[in-house]
Design a protein. Structure first.
Length: 571
């Protein structure tokens, strides 16, 4: 299509103009769009800098802390993402230029990838993951061309940063090595895993010290869902949307014609491009896969499309025009968000970004400087913490919900035996108070003496149990006290005594509850110690598969999640 080859000067000018526009657009988006609940959660991460967190490695916390310390606004929180996104675009051009890519095709394809727009300003673990993925490919290209100890050292640093960004980085590393086993013959190659492992050791030690919470969550904490075909077939339109609403289908089709030509770097792109998308496709057999989880797969997709254009004839002219329209639609949508056009800002998919600052201030005016407990996941508590710039909100993880980093932070410790406000949109039955907010009606009740045990962990000897309907079961448990103080479950007021319950769930629906005998309240556990306890209960009468979770309930709270899921089958 482009018969005239642009000069290097003209290409550089195109790239410069694009980067300026890209940076300004992302900065405006970052400054004008409220925080998503996940971003607010990671802001709380940044208040407790550590080598690891329950859900993710710590790189996102560092990104946020650096920007937020310079500018404590939404733009500051997202500042490093805006900067690294622009750097990523430039570095991808440096890679594409090595394969004589046309700058006009490069820019129009980059602007068409919807996933790159999302992570041009949104600050979640995917943002640093994308940045270090691009750096990894740039250095790996150099390493395939020349065996260099200096490049190996830089690769080891980037590999460590990848692993500190998100665990998905393992896919990139594994697929790259499998694509080029000749690397094993290079002595300099062994510097990369050894040094990266040394740099990653603090995170590994953090996992050991905290009982491998990330491993437990990603492998065991999730509910044992039955297969839903919708998860699989919705994976495909989700990926086409991320690749570009109008041209995504063509990019996936066109890339199939790439020839390797004994090029180790192209082979790495192919292995990663295919491997990452197939990995997450197979994961739909276990549960829902979010479309953005494949983000690092779009880097090889773009580069392979550009490489194929140099290997054979370029796509038809209408594809370029379609890509221009695709890019224009995405940019117009983003500009409408920046301008605050109601027809766009009112979309249900975007409502979580808006009004959270007003909502938090309304609650703070209602309860003053008191602590607040919110039992609706980590989202509400995190948004309250960010928009009040306090750490006064605690996310109380109920038995049907998953554990979060709030179960590790010392926020819960600060609440004990203090007066706090317990509130959510769903506790009208026990509430003595209510308030209208911009996010709907919330109910609340003052708790004069908070007593919770969210960190207590019940560890059964077996995580798979089979029983007959109504059969009496004795489950041996180790009860871990991770607190820095002794824990006992006694109260002179019998109504206030903690209650241990065996909760049987199917999905999120609670099907059956069994309470422990009063001898549970006699337990006394020293700090960071375990004691044995045998919980005797009856299996549900209805046959089926259940998620069994042990939960401690204290008035007026509904009961926390105090164990991993036990797969309980009634036959």
């Amino acid at each position: 299509m482009f018969a005239d080859k642009l000069s290097n000067h003209t290409s550089a000018r195109y790239i410069l103009y694009f980067l300026l526009g890209w940076t300004v657009l992302n900065a405006l988006q970052a400054a004008t769009l409220g925080l998503h609940s996940d971003e607010a959660y990671y802001w709380v991460y940044s208040r407790f800098l550590d080598w690891g967190y329950y859900d993710h490695p710590p790189m996102v916390a560092l990104f946020i802390r650096l920007g937020d310390s310079l500018l404590p606004t939404e733009l500051g929180l997202r500042m490093l993402t805006v900067i690294t996104s622009s750097i990523s675009v430039y570095v991808m051009w440096l890679i594409a230029r090595r394969y004589q890519a046309d700058v006009r095709w490069f820019l129009v394809i980059m602007a068409s990838i919807f996933a790159f727009h999302i992570y041009g300003f949104n600050t979640t673990p995917d943002a640093p993951l994308l940045f270090f993925t691009v750096l990894f490919y740039y250095l790996y290209l150099k390493y395939t061309r020349r065996d260099s100890l200096r490049t190996a050292l830089l690769l080891s640093l980037v590999v460590a940063c990848l692993l500190y960004s998100k665990y998905h980085a393992v896919l990139l590393i594994v697929f790259t090595v499998f694509s080029n086993l000749q690397l094993l013959r290079r002595r300099s190659f062994y510097v990369i895993p050894v040094l990266a492992a040394i740099l990653y050791l603090p995170h590994i030690l953090w996992q050991v010290h905290h009982g491998y919470p990330s491993v437990a969550y990603h492998l065991f904490e999730r509910s044992s869902e039955t297969y839903d075909f919708a998860h699989t077939y919705l994976f495909f339109p989700g990926q086409l949307l991320m690749a570009g609403p109008l041209v995504g289908w063509f990019l996936f089709y066109y890339v199939l014609g790439v020839r390797v030509k004994k090029d180790a770097f192209i082979r790495a792109l192919i292995y990663n491009g295919i491997g990452i998308f197939l990995f997450f496709l197979f994961n739909t057999l276990k549960g829902n896969v979010q479309p953005h989880w494949t983000l690092i797969g779009f880097v090889p997709l773009v580069l392979l499309v550009l490489i194929r254009m140099r290997q054979s004839s370029q796509p038809p002219r209408w594809v370029y025009k379609l890509a221009l329209v695709n890019s224009a639609l995405i940019i117009a949508f983003r500009l409408a968000l920046i301008a605050g056009i109601p027809a766009v800002t009112g979309l249900r998919a975007l409502e979580g970004y808006y009004k959270n600052d007003v909502w938090a201030k309304q609650i703070q005016q209602h309860i003053g400087n008191a602590y607040v407990v919110m039992p609706v996941g980590f989202q509400s508590a995190s948004k309250y913490n960010y928009y009040t710039h306090t750490l006064k909100a605690f996310a109380y993880d109920e038995a049907h919900y998953r554990r979060t980093q709030y179960d590790i932070w010392p926020i819960e410790d600060s609440l004990q035996h203090k007066r706090a406000y317990y509130m959510s949109p769903y506790i009208a039955r026990i509430a003595t108070d209510s308030m209208e907010t911009v996010n709907g009606k919330w109910y609340g009740v003052w708790v004069n003496d908070v007593r919770t045990y969210q960190k207590i962990d019940f560890q059964p000897t077996h995580y798979k149990i089979q029983a007959k309907p109504g059969e009496k079961i004795a489950v041996k448990l180790q009860v871990l006290n991770p607190y820095n103080k002794p824990v006992n479950f006694y109260s002179a007021d019998t109504l206030m005594r903690p209650v241990l319950r065996a909760c049987f769930f199917q999905g999120e629906e609670l099907k059956h509850i069994q309470r422990a005998k009063p001898n549970f309240n006699n337990l006394v556990i020293a700090p960071h110690q375990k004691v044995p306890y045998t919980f005797i209960f009856k299996a549900p009468l209805q046959k089926g598969n259940y998620d069994l979770i042990f939960s401690i309930r204290t008035v007026p709270f509904s009961g926390g999640r105090n164990s991993r899921i036990v797969n309980f089958t009634v036959q």
